[in-house]
Design a protein around this ligand. Structure first.
Ligand SMILES: [Zn+2]
Length: 110
């Protein structure tokens, strides 16, 4: 696995109140749009199976969230491809629930 930053490095043209991790410049819409938010530079992991891309956001109320994209090749066979996609969704839901479920909101991981 290798890690790569997507796009150009942060330009550090940050507005007032940007957190340290905010990429500023065109990534950050917190000071430009009514529903804008701070955004990090996406972190990209290139693995043997595909690409994972994570971007952190913070809205005006201070709520943080992360967006995760998973880009993988599917099987050529349609039935298998459908099963792979559904299995990925199911397993992702299970992991998200385990890591971010209601009893995990105070920073406790099992
Ligand atoms: Zn910002």
């Amino acid at each position: 696995m290798s890690r790569a930053l997507a796009g150009r490095p942060a330009l550090h043209h940050k507005g007032k109140g940007c957190p340290d991790w905010c990429a500023g410049a065109h990534h950050c819409t917190a000071n430009r749009l009514p529903s804008g938010e701070h955004a990090s530079i996406p972190e990209v992991w290139l693995t043997d199976l595909g690409r994972l891309v994570a971007t952190r956001y913070r809205d005006h109320a201070g709520n943080d969230r992360v967006e995760l994209r998973v880009v993988l090749a599917l099987a050529d066979d349609e039935t298998t491809a459908q099963a792979q996609a559904r299995h990925l969704l199911a397993v992702t839901h299970m992991v998200v629930t385990r890591v971010f479920g209601p009893d995990k909101q105070e920073g406790h991981l099992r």
